[in-house]
Design a protein around this ligand. Sequence first.
Ligand code: ADP
Length: 509
Amino acid sequence: MYKYFAYRRINTVVAVQTKELLCKEFLAKPQKMLIDGKFVDAQSGKTFTTVNPATEEVLAHIPEGSKADIDMAVKAARKAFEQGPWRTLSAAKRGHLLYKFADLIEKHADELAQIETLDNGKPIKESRYVDVVQTMETFRYYAGWCTKLEGETTNVNNDFFTYTLREPIGVVGQIIPWNFPMLMAAWKLGPALACGNTLVLKPAEQTPLSALRLAQLAMEAGFPDGVINVVTGFGPNSAGEALASHMDVDKVAFTGEDKTGKEILKASLGNLKRVSLELGGKAPNIVFADADIDAAVKGAITGIFFNQGQVCCAGSRLFLEKSIHDEFLTKLNERINKMRQGNGMDEKTHIGPQVSREHLDKILSYIDIAKSEGAKVLCSGSTPSEMKQGYFVKPTVFEGVNNNMRIAQEEVFGPVLAVIPFSGIDDVVEQANAVRFGLSGAVWTRDVKKAHRLAGRIKAGTVWINCYNTFDPAMPFGGYKMSGYGRELGKHSIELYSNIKSVWLNLSE
Ligand code: ADP
């Protein structure tokens, strides 16, 4: 499964693999938010707990930041932006700081991987080889961008010297989800810092730990006070909403559910701050009869079961050309039966628990909905009986799904696959696009022309051909339709975090 990820080229650097609990010391200490270079409690003194989804045990008590804490963090970020050393630091020095941050992440790779697995539930191998590696590579990629940001000169009129400046936007609010807590922080922080912004990060309440550890490493790297602020807490009527609606925040970047994205957009109206949204998906994973079937079976598994299906670009609709439908499902079922489900801290685990009880219940309710709609369970569809605690649901596949069913239209965000048969290119393109989302899609075929034609016709921000879930910090990611707007990663993220200013100098006598 891991062969689909871009970490391969550098995995020798990180993979220490230790059984020792390296994050013990971090977990034992009181958890603090980072505001203005200081590690602080919430002003209210309130805390909430974060639990291990595999055992339901409390991992730590987390400061419950609210509007007052967001106000303080925004003030610190504003000061650091307008007056602090951040503004005057050379681009090269900004880059050095980002490189140093990445090196510290690498130094603490195993500890960070454990924190991520304990807090989110994901298999330790994924935390170590995907989340941590992609996190540090994202920071390194954007460290390189610091010295490559440019404006332009333009020949508008002989009487003027005209040029553009690329400037940071200012104070940025960043609200991230719980599925890739550390990696989503990197996708947000990397480009924002490279462009010279200051920021306030609000991690998800289910998984705040890795962001708090990153905050410590950022201070160790030497970022000036107030440049990076991390406020933990909840979303609606709390820290998240306060950040999205704050009148002194110049831009808000959000990754999460489409429903929440709309709330963020509404909250942004007060000062018309810039908004970028990376929302949900219901990706078509299309397999033609002329594909390498074994590779496509593996791709279908990676597509839907990676990270317990809690992936916005998950290949949750598997379109199978009719002539290979039965053969494909037999092979798929065989592989699913070999997947090991369990505590993510176990090196042998392929699939861990869902992030929370609430989320597990949502997934189980979608399984019931699919059954009541007439979809047929090919495998599983329940909580594993051997799991005495933890938020587990078995990998589930529904066959006989019609693209209009709710199980084919709504984002389940879990290990639940809807299999839909098709006949021919036009049929599958029409069905693939008949959904309100457009984040990603995949095509499996040996016919190069067909693959490229499909890539052009699928309405989605990413199309994978004969692969699934491959990522690289240099490749943009984002949605069509209700999957959001703006592109993260690559040079496109620089657009999200910078302003262009036109300068006119009058040359006439
Ligand atoms: P989920 O419902 O699966 O937890 P969300 O999209 O609601 O996913 O959450 C993603 C992030 O958005 C989290 O950090 C959460 O606290 C935050 N959030 C949720 N609701 C709001 C809101 N109304 N305003 C700002 N942030 C919010």
